[in-house]
Design a binder for this molecule. Structure first.
Ligand code: ZN
Length: 181
């Protein structure tokens, strides 16, 4: 059996390769893999289970790269692939439907997927504060932060430290927005 750390490093390399050449939407155009590393780091720092941290590293591969659910199952097993599947939007649906589903489906997800969703939203709120997409005006950022809060409300309650970090980040994002108005 490879060690937990060896598995985490294998997932990090897998994600880095899958997202090679992709950048974040923000003005800083960071490599996309920075985001999944940050989500994994947030979970690790808050004592989330190994499967959630592995799934965090891999969470955007199926949605945004050529990687399939079957690839993940073969490489990392059914549990991790299952958590990624829970965190993956159905891209055949219109964007507004996907956003509504993230709010309504959150409470039905596994504890690992709930923690992953919350850490994902924390990372995205930080990105909106520090490197928003150039074409996002104040109204769009306001809408995004509000929606993040509604998604978070449905996935909190598993990990109190993570809940507190989300709340602090959400408040910070709102005050950042107010100072930017
Ligand atoms: Zn993400």
């Amino acid at each position: 059996m490879p060690s937990d750390i060896a598995e985490l490093m294998r997932a990090a390399v897998f994600a880095a390769r899958a997202h090679a050449g992709q950048t974040r939407k923000g003005a800083a155009a960071e490599p996309y893999v920075n985001h999944v590393l940050e989500v994994a780091e947030i979970l690790a720092a808050h004592g989330a289970p190994q499967a959630a941290i592995l799934a965090a590293l891999l969470h955007d591969t199926v949605e945004d790269t050529e990687v399939t659910h079957e690839d993940l199952t073969l490489a990392f097993g059914a549990e991790v692939a299952g958590v990624v599947a829970e965190a993956t939007d159905d891209k055949t649906l219109p964007k507004e439907t996907r956003k509504a589903l993230q709010v309504s489906q959150g409470p039905k997800k596994s504890d690992a997927a709930k923690q992953l969703k919350l850490a994902d939203k924390i990372s995205n709120l930080r990105a909106i504060m520090h490197s928003p997409p150039r074409n996002w005006d104040h109204a769009r950022r306001t809408e995004y932060i509000g929606w993040s809060g509604r998604v978070a409300a449905g996935v909190k309650g598993v990990n109190p430290g993570l809940d507190a970090l989300f709340d602090a980040t959400y408040r910070e994002a709102l005050s950042h927005l107010a100072s930017d108005a």
